[in-house]
Design a protein around this ligand. Sequence first.
Ligand SMILES: [Zn+2]
Length: 73
Amino acid sequence: MKKIIIVTLLLGSMICYSCKQEGSKHKMEKHDTSGPEFTSAYICPMHCKGSGSDQPGKCPVCQMDYELNEEKK
Ligand SMILES: [Zn+2]
């Protein structure tokens, strides 16, 4: 009987662990700043997907003017 309890606890913690892993993965995807909308020299202030350019211009998604990416070094 004691063995069953230990196995159940072990299984439970394993499931919890994979849940946490999934959660952090989703969080990372949400705050992913590796795309061109973040890494280009000129970027949309809204960081629209598909935006970003080496030269000043307008965001094709929201039509806002690109801003100089100060984080780019
Ligand atoms: Zn935009």
